[in-house]
Write a protein that binds this ligand. Structure first.
Ligand code: PAF
Length: 284
């Protein structure tokens, strides 16, 4: 496995071979490894990028305390048959400081997570586009847990005709339903137990969708579960919404077809997001 800090050090690609890239900020967990395993299945060459992107952080302190665990990350990736890890420095990615020209996520960047983290998705798209250029993959894989990120990346690729296929890989969950996230390590035992209400709300909403409920009832079902938490709960809910998987905007009441039920909450000091995809307007 090559550890490259510049794009020039990445392995060459034989003609006719397929390269997959998995972009990460490191501190890898099973969710990331599921992306890598899927990449290994579908491509001849797998490149994993590890770069803590300053452009997508709203608070300097958050960027500062983001875990940097390159050695441990490489130890997890090597046995999976990864061909190269691309771990550039900030200077390599942004020589001369923040780039003058950036990508805008447009309306997608202003709702849900974007409303809580102004500029976040512009920062994500800017680094994703640059990493796509530097690593030149046929396919790039992203975790479905970050649903709005996937929607924004797909929109960028579509709108700017970026020649890459985007594949979303299912969220990996602990057996009790909690979606894996690098942030889960910050939860106390009590907070972790309380955080389970998020996946319970999503699963209840998905059940309502399977029974043929329309979007408002699906959302109401999920919110009703969230409302059951006790007054002293550590969970402060930001939103539970049914959104369009192409635009990230709330779906109409009569929406038919796929929708993403997305939830976000602060659990103690830790902000968690999760989602499930449902099909509305079809009883199963
Ligand atoms: O999902 C992440 O870890 C980041 O947002 C990404 C896609 C690696 C861009 O920095």
């Amino acid at each position: 496995m090559i550890l490259a800090s510049t794009a020039a050090e990445l392995p060459t690609r034989e003609p006719g071979t397929r390269r997959a890239v998995v972009m990460t900020m490191g501190a890898l967990h099973e969710g990331h490894l599921a992306l890598v395993r899927r990449a290994r299945e579908i491509a001849d060459q797998v490149v994993v990028t590890i770069f803590v992107n300053p452009l997508q952080f709203n608070e300097a302190a958050d960027l500062e305390r983001y875990p940097r665990t390159l050695e441990a990350d490489c130890a997890l990736l090597e046995p999976l048959g990864v061909d190269a890890v691309f771990a550039p420095s900030v200077d390599e990615m942004y020589p001369g400081g923040s780039p003058t020209v950036t990508v805008s996520a447009g309306a997608i960047g202003g709702v849900l997570e974007g409303a809580h983290r102004p500029g976040h998705f512009d920062g994500v798209l800017t680094v994703v586009l640059k990493l796509l250029h530097l690593t030149d993959p046929d396919v790039a894989l992203f975790g479905a847990k970050d649903a709005q990120q996937v929607i924004a990346v797909r929109a960028m690729v579509r709108d700017l005709a970026v020649p890459v296929r985007i594949e979303a890989v299912d969220t990996v969950r602990d057996p009790d339903g909690l979606a894996l996230s690098s942030r889960n390590v910050h939860l106390s035992e009590r907070e972790r137990a309380e955080a389970l209400i998020l996946s319970r709300a999503l699963f209840a909403a998905a059940g309502a969708a399977r029974n043929g409920s329309a979007a408002p009832d699906v959302v109401a079902t999920g919110r009703a579960v969230l409302a059951q938490r006790p007054p002293a709960s550590a969970v402060r809910v930001d939103y539970l919404e049914a959104i369009d998987p192409r635009t990230a905007m709330a779906v109409e009441a009569d929406h038919r077809g796929d929708a993403v039920i997305a939830v976000a909450a602060r659990v103690g000091a830790t902000r968690l997001i999760d989602n499930v995809t449902v099909t509305l307007g079809e009883k199963k």
